[in-house]
Design a protein around this ligand. Sequence first.
Ligand code: MF3
Ligand code: CO
Ligand code: CO
Length: 256
Amino acid sequence: MPVTLKTPEQIEKMRVAGRAAAEVLEMIEPYVVAGVTTGKLDQICHDYITQKLHAIPAPLNYKGFPKSVCTSVNHVICHGIPSDKKVLKNGDSINIDVTVIVDGFHGDTSKMFFVGTPQPHALKLAQITQECLYKGIALVKPGARLGDIGHVIQEHAQKHHYTVVREYCGHGIGEVFHEEPQVLHYGKPDTGLELKEGMTFTIEPMINAGKAQTKLKRDGWTVETKDGRLSAQWEHTLAVTATGVEVLTARKEESF
Ligand code: MF3
Ligand code: CO
Ligand code: CO
């Protein structure tokens, strides 16, 4: 399947879905405290998505994923499965990744939260990873190329002696959750797909404190760092506009 270009009407639907996904991350913040389980966070998100937003949690039953959001704690890179047995404790860092479907269109976004007092090295990793996302977003406009985005992310991570996860990437998104193109978080300037108005895709860098290598757990979903060191991730869903970019999943605290 080629890369799809969305019409203004489709982009408007993506805007609604993106705002809904962002709202879930805004809503869940006060619940991320010591003693809560990731299973409880999933349940709160599920109920909010279905009952308040009248939306569909896209991960639930997606290729067999059993829950409504992904919760990735500390050395878990992505696709952590919420569990009633996983109790958050002071100092933990957690990525919550929300994807909702509204009127047939997807909004996909994630951010890092800290439980109680963040560990300074975990805070730094999360901050630099967010900067990687923002530097990628800043390059999005018609005529830019995907390699430009991957490159700026890779350079910023490496400048801080971090590594970029290579096995997982951003993706085109719309009526389909994961569609073309693949958006790598590393690369070379002036290479790769040229962006055009109407493209919609995610940027979602996963940055490790130690080595880049990943390990898939026996549950078939949970992706961890092989060396057990911390990982961080932030994600937005974007639309390429005539002159630049629109961040469809922007939260109230953000200004683009
Ligand atoms: N939201 C993830 C992404 O950013 C995908 C999760 S798929 C799931 O692409 F099945 F693990 F939920
Ligand atoms: Co995504
Ligand atoms: Co996501």
